[in-house]
Design a protein around this ligand. Sequence first.
Ligand SMILES: [Zn+2]
Length: 340
Amino acid sequence: MLQANAEEFCTECRKPVSYHLQKKTVTRCIHGKEHTFQLTEAVCDECGSEMNLPGLLDTNALETDEQYRSAEHILSVREIKTLMRLYNLGKAPLSLAMGFGEVTIARYLEGQIPSQEYSDRMRKALASPDFMKSLLEENRDKLKPAAWRKGMESVRQLEGIASLSPPLRQSIAEVLSRLGEVTPLLMQKLLYYIQGLSLALHDQPVFPEPCQAWIHGPVYPGVYQVFRDFSFNPIDDDRFAILRETENTLTEEQKALIHLVTDTFGLYGGKVLESVTHSEDPWITARSGCPADTPSSTELSQQDMKDWFLRLGTRYDLRSVEGLHQYIQDAAFCLFHPIQ
Ligand SMILES: [Zn+2]
């Protein structure tokens, strides 16, 4: 990056001089239309003439490109890359799915500016999985079957993600950004502890979705649908990172609680936490004597969850990392060393 205060050679003064950077307004004609850009120039501190700094031309070229695209509502290269990640499609398959020529997206990634029509189509696909689905159906015969299936599967997952409430989506994004790798089972348990602790400590849920008393502990069915393809593998899904960049529905207090849960419960395996939830009242009550291997979709009561964690709070400091570790260790110890 360009640094002020350094010395560079001034061709007027014929010696190295100090200089300063300032903004200048430049008008250029692009596609027969006048555009104004805010660019950076370097000025000699001694004679006041404009200087040619290494790197300045590149910086201004990039600035011109971004300002032009922003003014004309043309998708940026970064947004096109996001589109590829969202639908899990490479340059060529995405091009064909959009109804473009096979190398069109590759050219855009190299800096060619999309037409307004193509840019609008990509922007719409970025915002709407449903629109992408219609494009994939329309252009099905142009894509290889494997690529087409990958695209359709991404559409299905994105629709699932869209059906979750914004605070639940953002909670998942927070967990993923904090832990990096999380199995679907662990994710379910962390969401349950985030919700339970919030009910006890803040007297309100973080997200509106109820969880159900499934065989393997409390489960949020919508979240299960989104991640079911990961099975027992860590969720490696940067679409939630994209959401994290664009959404902000959680309070600082809620984010701090999520970090507390990831820094404690998040260090254990999903199976250990599943056992711990099996020893807790809210899940046991919702199962109400249902045999261990029988599916149930009974919802855990928020009141039960709140009461349980409030009771736990009389024995452990639920606001501290130490208190939560102590609870998990005690609960896991009881499970693995049952009193005979
Ligand atoms: Zn000079």
